[in-house]
Design a protein around this ligand. Structure first.
Ligand code: 26W
Length: 813
């Protein structure tokens, strides 16, 4: 294991003073907190660089295979705490900082979140970078250095508005420009086929050139030798500044090319599970893929002198279909730049690439308009046509005459390019992200492909960076764990299982309750400071935190709260368990229904807050946390007692928030969807609260024609809730939502809130009863959840990928 040498408090102090003086011209007495933050980051970066260089030598010497993880999103959050923890330099730094009258805790607050992602897919990629380094796997992530990450959410009168997320001031200290690794990416222009000595060659002319300049970020492993590198590309105009226009006084024109080029890495698309065929997004995807592949291949060539061995030395991962142009781009580089024969090039391509699917929602599946692709990327379009021609020939041989099947599987169809089909055809491995999800893709969206090449399909259940979500976010719980089972679980999460032995130890169970209470108080303070909102830590914290989406059913949660509110309005003396329902969620900017649901929750919250009867307010509180992000999540997960994982079964590919709540001891109320299924298997069904239709039942109800009104007609409680929606909250009617649940067309209640309502409320009642009547048993279940959460560590996920998909070995010697 790598140890940071000579980094005691005295040495740390000298280094920090050196940075302060050289970069800011101040002494430790004069420096601001922001200057301390930057000085410490620079010191940590130096350590990371040294560790990385050493590891790099080891990888080189061992001629080890590497993984390259291509992803449009990395939702990193903050980095300082994670790196300090993983490098084990917390104590020295804190001692050094104390002598200046500051502390790491104070500096952590100076760091903006790097919000270069929307939700689950992006956070998973970030967790994987950490786990890869901790598992001593040689890994590099590739993405775009968006100038603006996911928008900052402001809620005005219940309505979400989006403000730019300015993260670079404060975030840029983590980035090292690598101008020496700049590549050129070409767009537009035309193709001409010409006969040359070696045969027919393709000439590409009149193209536009964009420069891809990389910025590297380093992520240290924990208790390991490795450092992962995340390389983020920035787009620049290759032909800097149009001097002629400028000197002719046409300033605007001289800037135009710069602006157009820079637009590519300007902003992250704030959309999650919804595809929009925007030209700029296509350009972003190709920009990422082309720069990354040029980089990977030129380094491979430099190292080994041939590209024949690429599949032996490199695994390139396509994270969802967003980087699927890696398939034709890799072919292009092999064919046009390195003169490979088609079949050899195809063999190398498919042996190197692997693809993970992260969603089954039809509206998320990317299909680009073929004429857009042919205009922006004419050479790539030509290669796509040839890939498809050969693929359809193969299909014709396997399924002669089955035109329907062939047209379903075709990559090009009805003037669109189907990115999922392309990803499957161009990869040697296709996986889903939970057992259920991996089964669903085989039997539904990718069924034809599964029947064609069953050996490609596999599952890797998602996992979380448990050191971030447990060790760093919940030191109080870790102190208890350390007392009971030692500290080994930080390195090996499966050792959390040893905690189960304490499930009859009253003092341990009591401490679990006390720790939860402390985390709730801390969160209440945080909410007060952030949003001026009062939360009573004596109430149960019931939390739903994730992107706002119909399929995740925040609306189902709201319907249940409305019913509780109605009951309390009928009888304010009702003897119920006092609860605070906490929501955190951003909606895609153009997603109206999601914004309507958000508004309902905010207005409901306000209505309750303004209720004149304190007996109601004491028992029911609803809080909508503004601008939910990674850092807020780190404060929220440890404070949660009930975790809402209530998507319509079959729709949530995995979920990873569910795992973060679980490892912090929250009890889950959830459907048998995504990874909830495996959580239930591991923790035992007595320790999780499962409700609602199962995935196959959902399909069946759907096949027989789902009729939400039948539930409405048979359930007086539901009728009362819908009535309340129409009457409204805080002076605003939500008749539109009532209509959405019951309308004639388009289909009413598309995510079946009404079908699952009864089972959901009953399960809530069961949980409340348990909490009130048997707090010890509640804590026991909490303990069992913590003990069973080890499997859901990203360390285990990346090990699965490494062994079963990438063919990587860990390099810890
Ligand atoms: C093209 C628009 C778009 C953007 C993002 C479509 C789809 C996406 C992502 C694939 C959506 C996403 O984040 N999916 C989530 O991935 C997580 C990690 O595997 C899973 O845990 C979640 O269940 C899944 O919704």
């Amino acid at each position: 294991m790598y140890e940071v040498k000579n980094f005691n408090a005295k040495e740390a102090k000298t280094i920090i003073e050196g940075k302060l003086s050289r970069f800011f011209g101040v002494t430790g007495q004069e420096a601001t907190t922001d200057q301390f933050y930057k000085a410490v980051v620079m010191a940590v970066r130096d350590i990371l660089l040294e560790k990385r260089n050493k590891y790099h030598q080891t990888v080189k010497k061992a001629k080890a295979k590497r993984v390259y993880y291509l992803c449009m999103e990395f939702l990193l959050g903050r980095s300082l705490k994670n790196n300090v923890f993983n490098l084990g330099i917390e104590k020295s730094l804190n001692e050094a900082l104390a002598s200046f009258g500051t502390s790491l805790e104070e500096l952590y607050e100076m760091e903006p979140d790097a919000g270069l992602g929307n939700g689950g897919l992006g956070r998973l990629a970030a967790c994987f970078m950490d786990a890869l380094a901790s598992g001593d796997y040689p890994a590099m992530g590739y993405s775009i250095r968006y100038e603006y990450g996911l928008f900052k959410q402001k809620i005005v009168d219940g309505w979400q508005t989006e403000l730019p997320d300015i993260w670079l001031p404060g975030g840029e200290v983590w980035l090292t420009q690598r101008a020496d690794k700049t590549f050129t990416v070409k767009f537009d222009g035309h193709i001409r086929e010409v006969w040359k000595e070696g045969g027919m060659q393709v000439e590409y002319f009149d193209y536009q050139e964009i420069e891809a300049v990389p910025y590297d970020m380093m992520i240290s492993g924990y208790g390991s030798e490795a450092v992962s590198v995340l390389r983020l590309w920035t787009a620049q105009n290759k032909h800097k500044f149009d001097m002629r226009s400028f000197s002719q006084g046409d300033y605007m024109r001289s800037m135009q090319a710069d602006n157009e080029a820079e637009l590519i890495s300007k902003v992250l698309y704030p959309s999650d599970n919804h595809f929009e065929g925007k030209s700029l997004r296509l350009k972003q995807q190709y920009f990422l893929v082309s720069a990354s592949l040029q980089n990977i291949l030129s380094e491979h060539l430099h190292r080994y002198g041939t590209l024949d061995t690429l599949p032996d030395m490199a695994a390139i991962h396509i994270n969802d279909t967003h980087p699927a142009l890696a398939v034709p781009e890799l072919m292009r580089i092999l064919l046009d730049d390195n003169y490979f024969e088609w079949d050899t090039a195809w063999n190398i391509t498919t042996s190197t690439l692997a693809y993970t699917n992260h969603t089954v929602l039809a509206e998320a599946l990317e299909t680009w308009a073929e004429d857009l692709v042919s205009r922006r990327l004419p050479r790539i379009h030509g290669i796509l046509k040839e890939i498809n021609r050969r693929f359809c020939d193969d299909l014709w041989k396997r399924f002669p005459g089955d035109w329907n099947k062939i047209s379903r599987m075709s990559i090009l169809s009805h003037n669109t390019v189907r990115m999922a089909n392309l990803s499957i055809v161009g990869s040697h491995s296709v996986n889903g992200v939970s057992e259920l999800h991996s089964e669903i893709i085989k039997s539904s969206i990718f069924r034809d492909f599964y029947e064609y090449t069953p050996e490609k399909f596999t599952n890797v259940t998602n996992g979380i960076a448990h050191r971030r979500w447990l060790n760093q976010s919940n030191p109080e719980l870790c102190a208890l764990l350390n007392d009971c089972i030692g500290e080994g679980y930080a390195k090996d999460a499966s050792r959390l299982a040893e905690f189960a032995k304490f499930d009859r130890d009253e003092s341990v169970l009591k401490r679990i309750g006390e720790i939860k209470r402390i985390k709730k108080e801390q969160f209440a303070e945080y909410a007060k400071k952030k949003q001026g909102i009062e939360i009573d830590p004596n109430t149960v914290f019931d939390v739903q935190a994730k992107r706002m989406h119909e399929y995740k059913r925040q609306l189902l949660n709201a319907l249940h709260i409305i019913s509780c509110y109605n009951a309390l309005r009928d009888d304010p003396n009702l003897d119920v368990l006092p609860k605070t329902y906490i929501f955190g969620a951003k909606a895609a900017a153009g997603y109206d229904m999601a914004k309507q649901i958000m508004k309902l929750i905010c207005f409901l919250a306000e209505d309750i807050r303004r209720n004149p009867d304190p007996r109601i307010r004491e028992k029911l509180n609803v809080v909508y946390m503004e601008n939910y992000n990674v850092t807020m999540s780190e404060a929220l997960m440890p404070a949660s007692e009930i975790s809402e994982q209530i998507s319509l079964a079959g729709k949530e590919a995995s979920g990873t928030g569910n795992m973060k709540f679980m490892i912090n001891g929250a009890l889950t109320i959830g459907t048998l969807d995504g990874a909830n299924v495996e959580m239930a298997e591991r923790v035992g069904e007595d320790n999780i609260f499962i409700f609602g239709l199962k995935a196959d039942e959902v399909d069946e109800v759907w096949r027989n024609g789902y009729n939400s009104s039948s539930y409405y007609n048979h359930d007086a409680e539901l009728r009362r809730i819908v009535e309340s929606l129409i009457v409204g909250f805080n002076g605003c009617s939500f008749a539109e939502i009532a209509n959405y649940l019951l309308r004639k067309s388009p289909v009413a209640d598309p995510y079946m809130c009404l079908a699952d309502y009864e089972s959901y409320t009953q399960t809530h009642h069961k949980m409340s009863e348990l909490y009130r009547n048997d707090p010890t048993e509640w804590n026991r279940k909490s303990l069992r959840n913590i003990a069973a959460a080890g499997y859901f560590s990203a360390d285990r996920s990346v090990r699965d990928y490494a062994e079963r998909i990438w063919g990587l070995k860990r390099l810890d010697k």
